[in-house]
Design a protein. Structure first.
Length: 318
């Protein structure tokens, strides 16, 4: 296959396997065209996602579709498609993207944008945790935290904030590698945020209050929320408490509540967590500085060792 890296943007034709699928066939008359078969819809959100396969190579990918808005390309597509040239083991790869694709349907023609991205073999980190299948193992927690931080460091080194970090946007790919995805809300310097009302539990206080001046620091707060969930397997419900303005006190109370069950106590973890969720964004560590914390430097699984404790995970249905 030749994707965007070879300069053939949107060179794949899409073929629906189902007659009632709203996304039938359009063939691009470009060289190096490859047919992609749509197997099934796996998400019916505002931006539907389909599981697809390249029949010639039996390679599975995801197709994400973005409807036009007032006859214009969706701004959410624009923000996500710019990641197509990124290359990092902890960033979900975008293979190709097309801003203007005509899905022919009866009786009308509709214009969409789409991206083809790599398949996430084991689904989202959220589904792995709520299903109870992800082992509650300190070493696994630290290993995946390492991979999360490495992915965020890669983005931040390019002055890009993810701006929607949550378990649902973090995935487990083949070989049990963590992948950060869903970049529709990403921001570069001085770029205004796009509307996003579904992730309050991960938002930094300054984002909640529409006072965010540093989206990179806001990402770090979200990283702290994710670390808390990975460690304690509890979702911190702080929305009502945050209104009091006592963010630090709320987090400390939560930590003490759940760490009491974690014996022996780990002061190194407390220091890291409380710095990540510091209500003052200027006092949160940068992604690269997280690596200097004592807890971060504890034991992790090597790439080859992860398969043994994670063999309980179930691949997504195809």
């Amino acid at each position: 296959m030749e994707f965007q890296q070879q300069g053939y943007l949107g060179s794949s034709s899409l073929t629906s396997l189902k007659q009632d699928d709203p996304s039938p066939t359009l063939t691009y008359h470009k060289k190096n065209t490859h047919e992609v078969e749509i197997i099934k819809k796996i998400s019916s959100s505002k931006f539907p996602i389909y599981l697809c396969v390249f029949p010639e190579t039996n390679t599975y990918v995801y197709l994400k579709c973005y409807p036009y808005v007032n006859d214009k390309v969706s701004p959410y597509y624009i923000r996500e498609a710019r990641f197509k040239n990124f290359n990092h083991p902890n960033i979900l790869a975008i293979h190709s993207a097309d801003a203007n694709y005509e899905f022919v349907s009866d009786p009308r023609k509709t214009h969409w944008s789409y991206i083809l991205m790599e398949e996430t073999t084991y689904g989202s980190l959220y589904s792995c945790i709520v299903s109870g299948l992800l082992p509650n193992d300190e070493k696994i927690t630290r290993t995946y935290f390492h991979q999360l931080v490495q992915g965020i460091e890669y983005l931040h080194s390019r002055k890009i904030a993810h701006s929607d970090l949550k378990l649902e946007n973090i995935y487990i790919g083949k070989d049990y590698t963590l992948k950060i995805g869903n970049f529709m809300h990403s921001q570069v310097h001085n770029e205004a945020p796009l509307p996003n009302k579904y992730t309050d539990g991960y938002k930094a206080p300054e984002v909640r209050n529409n006072e965010c001046q540093n989206p990179l620091a806001a990402d770090i707060y979200s990283v702290g929320v994710i670390l808390f969930i990975l460690k304690f397997r509890k979702f911190p419900c702080l929305e009502s408490l945050m209104a009091s303005g006592k963010v630090k006190e709320c987090w400390m109370a939560l930590y003490k509540m759940y760490s009491a069950q974690d014996q022996p106590a780990d002061p190194g973890f407390e220091v890291l967590l409380m710095d990540l969720v510091n209500p003052d964004p200027s006092k949160r560590p940068k992604a690269e500085d997280i690596k200097t914390y004592k807890w971060y430097q504890g034991p992790v699984y090597s790439f080859g060792e992860l398969a043994s404790p994670l063999k309980v995970l179930k691949p997504c249905d195809r």
